[in-house]
Ligand binder design. Sequence first.
Ligand code: GTR
Length: 393
Amino acid sequence: MLFLAGCTPPEPPAPLTEFPEVSALPERPELPPLFDSFNSKHVAKTAADWNDWRRPQLIALFDHYVYGARPPMVDVSSTRTASYDGLVPGARWEEWDLQLGGDARAVLHVAVIKPLSATGAPPVIVGLNKCGNQSLVADPRVRLTTSLVIPACGTSAAQTRGTQATLWPLERIIQRGFAVVTFHESDAAPDDDEKFATMLRASFRAPEGTPPRASWGTLSIWAWALAHVGAWTATETGLDSTRIAVFGHSRRGKAALLSGAVTNTFAAVIAHQSGTGGAALNRSAEGETIELINLAFPHWFDDVYPGFANAETKTPVDQHQLLALWAPRRVVLVDADEDRWADPDGAFAASVAAQPAWTLLGASTDLVSWQQRLGMHSVEPSDWELFLDALGW
Ligand code: GTR
């Protein structure tokens, strides 16, 4: 950029350290802008502006007003505890313990499922599973989760073996040349308001100065754990470090979107029917409201976000900006026409409103895709064809 002699370039806006109370925020029926600074008259006009101050500013706003701030990333040490060839046809199933930050209580039990015959390093799907690694296949060799088994999964871990197999069609994913890296969400944080303070939250603190009410909720914890597993996958598994996508359905889609929005860990996201707190706009009239999601799941977000109940137009950030934080990487959104609770149209509108961020960074807006299939809220084996096709890997 050229500056006239005697002129100095304008200083970038200062990082956000103070956040107005919800009651002091203005009503804004239109979507918050992608590029205008929150606390000054600056407008991001270049990739450098975006990376240097606007992206960090948006992350700070999402952290404070929606999801809660996560601790800084910590070191991961890992041990392989088992390896079985052919447990999934055509694949090696490895089990790993990942210890976060040297804390013996903070261990993620990760399953790595790799194609046995691959030309070159395979691309990877990283995702949380709902009921434990043993729920993906019926084989009794898979280690049972020792974390909470939520009632929706079964009354014991053993009872859940293979129960999530249709959601994770591993044989087909392997046939298509992809590896899968997955762990049980309860290893990071149980999806339970009363047990919310356990696991990673017991071991790690939000950054110094974070008001307790703006400290990480479950989605933020899951996102933090996913980012560690993604970074570990890139360096320790021999899989393709440049083609790692994070996947999630519904609440796990919200966490997947957040995980790569606030880090550069993943090259792509597949957010399936992610709804409110995911790809759907707060300002969209359809689907789950901020009030209802916080009543049903008080542990998912921080304690500032519920303040926007029935005041959606006051949110200083909206979900098109969460998608924009992925630029210039690939965003794959899939919804279903009868799943009105997840607000497919609100996700489509967000995907369109996010696209100028790709243009600013010199990337194609084709990297942002939204598809709608027929049917309801579920993961069908055929959905995986849509996901993997859309990645284009
Ligand atoms: C619903 C919730 C949604 C979505 C969904 C799911 O009950 O209202 O936000 O997360 O659960 O995860 O399947």
